[in-house]
Write a protein of this length. Structure first.
Length: 445
C-alpha cells in the first residue's frame, strides 16, 4: 500500500529538461546584472555627494560653537590675548567699545571745618572763691569751610556734544559741584540740566574744550558716545555687563551676570532720598556703591539699562532702570530742555487681596485715594484731581479704560500720557461707579 503523503519521483532526464534556460531568459539576466552594477555605482556617487554636503554643514556649525575647534581660532586682541569662547570675545569687545563713553562723576562741596578747644566752666567763679580745680571740657567751633569730595557716581555720554545720563540721586544736592572724569583722564565741570521727577534719572552736560586746527578754524572734538539698545526685548537669563566707578575709587570696573528678573517694583533709599521704582531690571551682575548711573550692557555693547540700586540684605542682587524709560527723558531734554510728566495730584494705595481684607474694601483692584503717612492731604490742592472733584476714599478702578492692578499700577499707566491730555476715570464712590473727566496737569522737578 502506497503512502498518501509520498510525492511521485521525477526521473533525471525530465528534471534536466525542466531547468534548461532559453535565449530570452539569458538576455534578461544579463540586463538585470548590469542594472544592479549601475545602481551600486550611482549609490556610491550619490552617497559621496550627500556626505560632502553634510560635512560642509557640520563644518559650518562647528565654526559657530563657543569652543574653537582645531583649525579655527578667535581674533587675537591688541594685547596679544586670544579669547577662548565667543561669549568672552563679545564681552571684551563690548567693554572696549563702551568704556571711553563711561565717566566718573565726582561730587564736591564746601564743608564746614571745625576745630577743637577746651574750656574751664569754673573759671569765672575764681574771682569769688579764689583758685578752682582745673577742668578742661572739650568743645568744637567752626573755623571756615573747606572744599571736600563727598561722593562719587557714574554716568555715560549719550551725545557727541556732551550730554550725560546718570542717576538723580548722584546729582541730588543743588549746593554741590560736579566734575566729570573721562576714561582718558580729562576733567570737565558739569552742569545739571534736569532731574526726572518720577524715575531715578538725571541729565547733565559737559562742554568740550575748543581748539584751533591746522587751517586756523576753531573746532570742538566730539565726545565718544554709547549706543542705546531696546530694553523691551530683554529675556531672563540674558548675559549683561555692568560698568561703573565702584566705591567711588575704581573707575570703569566691569562685572558680568545675567538678567535675573524683569518688571520688579522696589523702594530705593539713600540718605534723605527715597523713591519707588517700577518695572526695573533685576541682575546678578555686581552693582557696587559708586556704580550708580553706569550703563548695563548687552553682548552687542548696547546700553539696555541704567544701574541704580543694590539689595543690601542679599548677595548679587542689583537693579537697573530700563533704557527705554530714559529715552523719553533724553528726547525731552533735547527738545525742551526739561523733563516733565503728566500729573494727577493724588496720594493712593494700590489695592490687592491683602489691602482689600485689611481695609474691608469691596474690590481687590484699583487705587484707593488716602492721606500720606504723616497726614499729608490725599488730594493735592489746585491739582487736576482737585479740579475734577476727586475725594479721599475714592477708588479709581480704570484710567481711560485701562484697569488698575498691582502689576499695572496707576503710575505706570499715567506715564503713557502727556500734560494737558484729557482722560476718563472710572471711580467707585460709596458703592456706586461714577465717571470723571480729568485734564492732566504737569509735573517737573
Amino acid at each position: 500500500m502506497s503512502n498518501l503523503y509520498e510525492l511521485p519521483k521525477i526521473k533525471g532526464p525530465e528534471l534536466k529538461g525542466f531547468f534548461k534556460p532559453s535565449d530570452n531568459f539569458k538576455k534578461k539576466s544579463r540586463l538585470f546584472v548590469i542594472l544592479i552594477i549601475l545602481s551600486i555605482i550611482f549609490g556610491f556617487i550619490g552617497g559621496g555627494l550627500a556626505s560632502g554636503f553634510f560635512y560642509f554643514q557640520i563644518q559650518d556649525y562647528l565654526k559657530k560653537i563657543t569652543v574653537p575647534s582645531e583649525g579655527h581660532s578667535f581674533a587675537k586682541l591688541e594685547s596679544g590675548y586670544t579669547p577662548q569662547t565667543s561669549q568672552e570675545e563679545a564681552i571684551i569687545q563690548a567693554v572696549k567699545k563702551v568704556s571711553p563713553a563711561v565717566v566718573s562723576i565726582i561730587i564736591t562741596k564746601d564743608m564746614p571745618v571745625y576745630e577743637e578747644y577746651f574750656e574751664n566752666p569754673f573759671k569765672e567763679f575764681e574771682q569769688f572763691f579764689g583758685p578752682m580745680p582745673e577742668f578742661r571740657i572739650p568743645k568744637y567751633r567752626q573755623k571756615g569751610v573747606e572744599r571736600k569730595e563727598i561722593g562719587a557716581g557714574t554716568g555715560f555720554i549719550i551725545s557727541k556734544d556732551g550730554l550725560i545720563l546718570t542717576n538723580k540721586h548722584v546729582v541730588l544736592d543743588d549746593k554741590a559741584e560736579y566734575t566729570v572724569l573721562l576714561n582718558d583722564g580729562r576733567k570737565f565741570s558739569a552742569k545739571v540740566l534736569a532731574k526726572d521727577p518720577v524715575q531715578d534719572l538725571a541729565v547733565i552736560k559737559i562742554q568740550n574744550q575748543k581748539a584751533v586746527n591746522g587751517e586756523g578754524k576753531v573746532i570742538s572734538k566730539p565726545f565718544p558716545t554709547v549706543k542705546l539698545g531696546d530694553s523691551d526685548t530683554l529675556q531672563i537669563g540674558q548675559t549683561v555687563i555692568a560698568i561703573g566707578n565702584a566705591l567711588g575709587e575704581f573707575r570703569n570696573t566691569v562685572s558680568v551676570g545675567v538678567v535675573s528678573g524683569l518688571g520688579r517694583r522696589i523702594t530705593a533709599s539713600g540718605g534723605d532720598f527715597v523713591e519707588t521704582l517700577e518695572d526695573v531690571i533685576q541682575t546678578d551682575a555686581a552693582i557696587n556703591k559708586g556704580n550708580s548711573g553706569g550703563p548695563l550692557l548687552n553682548l552687542k555693547g548696547e546700553v539696555i539699562g541704567v544701574n541704580t540700586a543694590m539689595a543690601l540684605q542679599a548677595q548679587s542682587i542689583g537693579f537697573a532702570i530700563p533704557i527705554n524709560k530714559a529715552k523719553r527723558d533724553i528726547e525731552q531734554i533735547k527738545k525742551t530742555g526739561k523733563i516733565i510728566y503728566p500729573f494727577l495730584g493724588i496720594r493712593y494705595v494700590l489695592i490687592d487681596e491683602e489691602v482689600k481684607t485689611k481695609r474691608n474694601l469691596p474690590v481687590d483692584y484699583g487705587a484707593l485715594i488716602v492721606k500720606g503717612d504723616k497726614g499729608e492731604p490725599a488730594i493735592i490742592p489746585n491739582s487736576a484731581a482737585a479740579k475734577a472733584g476727586l475725594k479721599e476714599g475714592d477708588i479709581i478702578l480704570e484710567f481711560n479704560g485701562e484697569k488698575i492692578t498691582s502689576k499695572n499700577s496707576l503710575s505706570k499707566i499715567i506715564s503713557k500720557y502727556n500734560p494737558s491730555d484729557k482722560v476718563s476715570l472710572k471711580i467707585l464712590r460709596d458703592g456706586k461707579e461714577i465717571t470723571k473727566e480729568v485734564i492732566l496737569g504737569e509735573r517737573s522737578e
